[in-house]
Design a protein. Sequence first.
Length: 417
Amino acid sequence: MTTLNVLERPVVTQLSLAGSFTRVEGLGADLPIVLTAKAEAGGSYRRERYRLQQQTIREGGVFKEMRQSLPGFIRFGRLSALLRGDDSHPLNQTGIEPYDFICRGRQGLFVFHDDTRLRLVNLETGALEQTLTHAFHKGRKIELYNVHTVQYHPARPDHVLISLTGLDRVIEMNIQTLEVTWEWCPWHHGMHTNGHGLTIVDRGDEIPAFPKGTRVEYLTPEEAEKRVNANHLPERGEAWIHQVDLSGLPARLGLQKWERVKLINSAYYAEGGQKIMITFWQTGEAVCVDRSTGQATFVAQDLGGCPHSLISVGEGYFLTDTSAGKVIRYNTRLQPTFEIDFTQCPLPPGAEADSPEWVQNTHPISPELLATIDFRRTRVVVWNFRERLYTEYPVSDEWVLQSLKRIDASGLEYLGL
């Protein structure tokens, strides 16, 4: 069952980057960083596509266009130099839509989600040791479709947490055996019906328990898609079942857009691996999942849209409310305490007044500093929440940045940083 966090909400303090923080120069400039760009030359395309998507939704249509896959990069170096375009590090990687990098000692794990693969690279020699394309779960092989985030377990060196966006679930995988050691899917925890009225069921699973008297109809894939395209919804007391087979999905990124229920955007460990913090891009929500029971507690609902990365930072958590242009801080009880608004900052010359807000991701890059990608203003903001300071670094308006993250200390010497 899924439960709603009903703890008493404290007063949320409203801050703005422009009005509540002091701009300074050089915060984090020399920190060793990994910079990931989903596209090196895709900013104009992404802005136009987002406008079309929003227009289609406003007009009551279904936006089905699959995004173009563009070449991007994962680069290593010092923050300021990287954001100026330094690409000199010998272990820099390029590929179709890179999404993440993590390391533990000599082992580096590079994520290329449109390639549907993870690259295991020896950071000391630069050699590609293994390419991971699938995992094994309950006796079947599943492809690693559309991976967005990865994270090593804090205590189990071979276990990696993976947000498997293309299959609408989070898995933990032993990267030596490729066996799934833990799985969480919203369909199995009361969140099984998407915005098109389709109840999504993994082929072979039982359908959810509906109220007595519910008229249950099983749809073929063709009929399900036809009703979605026609904007038809089930009547009250009806349930439409759409079964999906996770093996051999036809879409290159896994489930088709109209089939997804939540579109899981990120997953990170908390409390020593006992909790998993997950964001839902499609529905503007974030949950905290108890690993032992699978029970999910809503941390955030009705966000501006497309949230990213609910991450443990010090004595609390930070969540990026992407299309609302703000970052939310939560206390250890998962109650919101501060909202930091990025939208009042001036736009750069040439930016269109109706361009959408898009604060892509916020990650810690040191014990005191956070880095936030402000796509609309073509900049990265490095900021100190406690001291209310920030530095902004301009970046290419054609870069589509995914994240700017610190590198685990165990890998720095192998990267020469």
